[in-house]
Every structure is written in structure tokens, then in C-alpha cells.
Design a protein around this ligand. Structure first.
Ligand code: KIV
Length: 345
């Protein structure tokens, strides 16, 4: 909404002269006539949190499929993470992460499903829109949920376009050779596609569990064929998940498009992790490839515990954290009655 950053505002000091942003009884003066009127104290506080106290967002370079390609060519590592809501998307974007993926790991990390399979288009769209509102510079990729691209090509293209209309700059689909035709159709429909091969969680039942892929020669050859088919069909990048380091390194050297690894070793052109895994904000034991970069679980439990104790001990909220009446109004209230309801004990 573009509110002015009033903390830098130079006040016109004339006595009795009201300026936009001045504190006056009952709220903040926000203008002199009809359509620009009064904002309540509460609204002001909300605004100050959202619009004023947050640092200016750094105007970083806009990431696109082309800038990812340039990074690969310059051998600059690509950083990618998942985000499922506005605050985490904004935080990642401001931290300079290149690619933000609204991954279907949303199903397990945030929605509490036991696999990615139950996730619906509706759920994904809801989260994709929230993430879109937080992302300015990163390339925003959205996972197509299981079932949304497994029927007709027409249906899949229609579903992908719904994500583009919600703000996705690319969609990610799982599968290799079998998806090449679809990748071509999506690319023709102006939807950039990120492929995802190796351990593809949507193939959970076919794989018989979450297992590292590409350990035998026939499986390695299949992975190479998958990567080549997706690149040939127009994919702009490839996620390699749960693949031996040696195999991922060779695929990365073979394809011209960037590879982004997760459990695929350090030679990939970039790395991706699920934000909740790296922050330790999940109830599951981390996979071998997950490094815990922070302890959100510990920090949240500690904060919530301190809040509970403060409420139970009546040390929160304090008098300073409470609103007060103007002295003149307060004087009119019956002090005996105030004592009866517990104010000023
Ligand atoms: O859904 C997801 O989070 C993914 C990974 C590649 C991180 O697909």
C-alpha cells in the first residue's frame, strides 16, 4: 500500500499544527479530509510493524531461467530452498536465495500428511499465492502435485497455467523420459519446467520406499537417459534427488542446463533443501543429506514455554504493554470499581 516511512519525516513544529502521522487522541492523524481519514491506534501499530520497522528490501538481481544458466556457465553455485508461506518466502528472498520452490514437501512439513501424495491443486495454489507475495528477486518455482499432471497432457497444461496465473515462474514435475512429451507441451505453452529425477517422492509406491536411485549400471543409464530427455524437451533445470555423488557429478557435466541437488553431492550446479529440515523444524529424523543449520524447534519451544509461564504467573502483559485511558477520563472512573476488577493491584 506504499505508506510513507514516517520515522524519517521532518515535523513541521508549529504549535497546534497537525501533520499526517501525528499521534492524537484516539489514533493517528492521517490527513485532513474525507477519504484520507483516521487510523486507529491498533492499525497504526500494525502498520508500524509491517511497513515501518522492517528494513528496506534490497533490490537484488531478478533471477530467471537465464540467470541460472549464466550461473552454471560461470560455475557459481545456485542456492535454492523451499518456502510455503509469506514470511519464510520474504525472508529467503531477502537473504538472497536464488530459487524458491513451493515444494510438495508442503504436504508433510506443514500440512501433516504422511506423504506428498494427498496434496491437492487447491492446497498448492493457496500456498503458492502466499509465497508469491513474499518473493521479489528469486525465481519462483511451484511443484505440480501428484495427480495434477498424470492424466492428459491438456489437463496438465491447464493445471500448470493455473500456477503461472498464481505467480509461478516455472513448475516442477517429477519423472524423466516418460515426461518428455509433457515438458515439450508445457514449454510450448510458455511454462518453463524444472525436471526432477532420481528419488522422486511421488513415485513412493513404485519405488517401494524413499530409496537412493542410480546405484546399478542399468539404473545409472536410465538416469542419464532421463536427464537427456528432459533437457531435449526444453526443461530449464533439473533437480537430482537421492542420487550417488559420482552419478550426479557426471550428469551435471553432461547436461547444459543447471542441476540442483538434494542428497546428490557437492558437484551439482546448485543445492536445495527443505527449509524445515535445515532449520530443524520437523518432527522427523533428518535424512543423511540434511545438515541442521539452525534449531527452530528449540527456539520455538523455548519462546512458547516462556510465554506460557509469563501468562500463568501474570507477568505478561505488563503495565507498559497495556493501553491506558487519558488521565481526564480515568479520573471519572470509580476507583473502587477499578480495584474490584483488579486494575492497579
Ligand atoms: O517438494 C520438495 O520440497 C522438493 C525438493 C526438491 C526439495 O521437491
Amino acid at each position: 500500500m506504499g505508506f510513507p516511512h514516517t520515522q524519517n519525516r521532518v515535523m513541521n513544529g508549529a504549535p497546534g499544527f497537525r501533520q499526517v502521522g501525528d499521534r492524537v487522541a484516539g489514533g493517528i492523524y492521517w490527513g485532513s479530509s474525507g477519504d484520507i481519514g483516521w487510523f486507529s491506534e491498533l492499525h497504526w501499530r500494525e502498520m508500524s510493524l509491517i511497513e515501518i520497522r522492517t528494513p528496506e528490501r534490497v533490490c537484488a538481481q531478478k533471477m530467471t531461467a537465464q540467470t541460472l544458466l549464466e550461473k552454471k556457465r560461470r560455475r557459481q553455485p545456485i542456492t535454492a530452498l523451499t518456502a510455503f508461506d509469506y514470511p519464510s518466502a520474504r525472508l529467503l528472498d531477502e537473504a538472497g536465495i536464488d530459487v524458491i520452490l513451493v515444494g510438495d514437501s508442503l504436504a508433510m512439513t506443514v500440512l501433516g500428511y504422511d506423504s506428498t501424495l494427498p496434496l491437492t491443486m487447491g492446497e498448492m495454489l493457496h500456498h503458492a499465492k502466499a509465497v508469491r507475495r513474499g518473493v521479489k528477486s528469486a525465481l519462483l518455482v511451484v511443484d505440480m502435485p501428484y495427480g495434477s499432471y498424470h492424466g492428459s497432457v491438456d489437463g496438465a497444461v491447464k493445471n500448470a497455467i493455473r500456477f503461472v496465473k498464481a505467480g509461478a515462474e516455472a513448475v516442477k514435475i517429477e519423472g524423466g523420459v516418460a515426461r518428455a512429451g509433457l515438458v515439450e507441451a508445457l514449454t510450448l505453452a510458455e511454462v518453463p519446467v524444472v525436471g526432477h529425477i532420481g528419488l522422486t517422492p511421488q513415485s513412493l509406491h513404485r519405488m517401494g520406499g524413499y530409496k537412493v536411485q542410480g546405484r546399478s549400471m542399468p539404473d545409472i543409464e536410465k538416469l542419464f537417459a532421463d536427464a537427456a530427455a528432459l533437457e531435449g524437451a526444453g526443461a530449464v533445470a533439473l533437480v537430482l534427488e537421492g542420487v550417488p555423488r559420482e552419478v550426479a557429478a557426471r550428469i551435471t557435466a553432461t547436461v547444459a542446463i543447471p542441476t540442483i541437488g538434494i542428497g546428490a553431492g557437492p558437484e551439482c550446479d546448485g543445492q536445495i533443501l527443505v527449509l524445515h529440515d535445515l532449520m530443524q523444524w520437523t518432527f522427523a529424523k533428518g535424512a543423511k543429506f540434511v545438515r541442521r543449520f539452525a534449531d527452530a524447534d528449540g527456539a520455538l519451544r523455548e519462546g512458547v514455554g516462556r510465554y506460557r509461564v509469563a501468562v500463568e504467573e501474570r507477568t505478561f502483559p505488563s503495565d507498559a504493554e497495556s493501553y491506558h485511558l487519558a488521565a481526564a477520563v480515568s479520573a471519572e472512573l470509580d476507583p473502587v470499581e477499578l480495584k474490584r476488577v483488579g486494575v492497579g493491584r
